[in-house]
Design a protein around this ligand. Structure first.
Ligand SMILES: [Fe+2]
Length: 291
């Protein structure tokens, strides 16, 4: 029997992989890297046993919080910048295509299908600012793409998504639109406002442990999809919003920041946003990994 030491424990565990059952090459790669990083982390911080137990209890509390409305581990991944990192690894930018960013926890399937130019607003707020969003969706060559399905969703002027607010109509501020023959989309909504991600339970513990606030800058969520193109999950950020430079989930990309300008004559909303998207051609179907 070999003698386990601080110096050989990592190699010993790695050497054990697959000894009592088949492991794929991917499983071996993942576990080898995980063991190297995890053991290295323990050594780097000289992790003590009481701290190991604290971490185990933290994860147990996180698991207990999870239900069909709250996925605590994704939230913890967001706070650690892991979801945005994984998104960038999954959707590398190789040309002029628009940047993606995190889906977030508030997407709902099957939003109301609305005609071009319609409003997503069902429940009004005294402090709302109406916004006309429009733009074109094109391919890498600049050709317009018609028939692109565009799902949009956002928080209300009180900082809450409708599915977390009993005072809003079902599917308020959500809609599904389609680009016309010129690749043009348009819809009316309200100016999104900053809101805090859930900061109670273990997410709040982690935020406080890191010395972070929970807030996100105002943003409109988008999913653009059409067969033959890579599905784009993204957000448009309000250039004048607070927290643009210190988003609690690190999801802001400079290319996704847009100015909410005063609406020009002929458009009867308070504000106007003109934002174009470029989709990347892709042969295979791609499904969204919902949170
Ligand atoms: Fe959001």
């Amino acid at each position: 029997m070999s003698k386990v030491t601080i110096d050989n424990i990592t190699d010993t565990v790695i050497a054990s992989l697959g000894q009592n059952g088949d492991v794929t090459e991917r499983q071996r790669d993942i576990m080898t890297a995980l063991l190297k990083h995890l053991h290295g982390f323990c050594k780097d911080v000289n992790l003590q046993h009481n701290e190991f137990i604290d971490a185990c209890m933290f994860l147990a509390r996180a698991g207990a919080v999870c239900d069909d409305k709250r996925q605590e581990f994704i939230l913890l991944g967001d706070i650690l910048g892991v979801e945005v990192l994984v998104d960038m690894l999954s959707n590398p930018i190789e040309g002029t295509e628009s940047e993606s960013t995190v889906l977030g926890p508030f997407y709902r399937e099957n939003p109301p299908v609305l005609p071009k130019g319609a409003s997503t607003v069902q429940t009004h707020f005294d402090n709302e600012e109406s916004v006309h969003f429009e733009g074109h969706v094109r391919d890498a060559s600049g050709a317009p793409i018609s028939g692109v399905t565009i799902d949009v969703w956002e928080d209300a002027p009180n900082g809450l998504y409708e599915n977390h607010d009993n005072d809003q109509a079902d599917y308020n501020l959500r809609g599904r639109f389609e680009t016309d023959e010129n690749g043009h989309y348009a819809f009316r909504a309200v100016r999104p406002v900053p809101y805090p991600i859930p900061d109670n339970e273990t997410a709040g513990e982690l935020l406080r442990f890191m010395g972070h606030h929970p807030n996100r800058p105002g943003h409109m969520h988008f999913i653009l999809s059409k067969d033959g193109y890579r599905t784009l999950v993204s957000q448009i950020y309000d250039a004048d919003s607070a927290y643009l430079d210190n988003d609690s989930v690190f999801a802001v990309k400079e290319s996704l920041v847009a100015k909410f300008n005063k609406a020009p004559d002929g458009i009867d909303t308070d504000l106007h946003v003109d934002f174009d998207f470029v989709l990347k051609a892709q042969a295979a179907d791609q499904s969204i990994a919902a949170e």
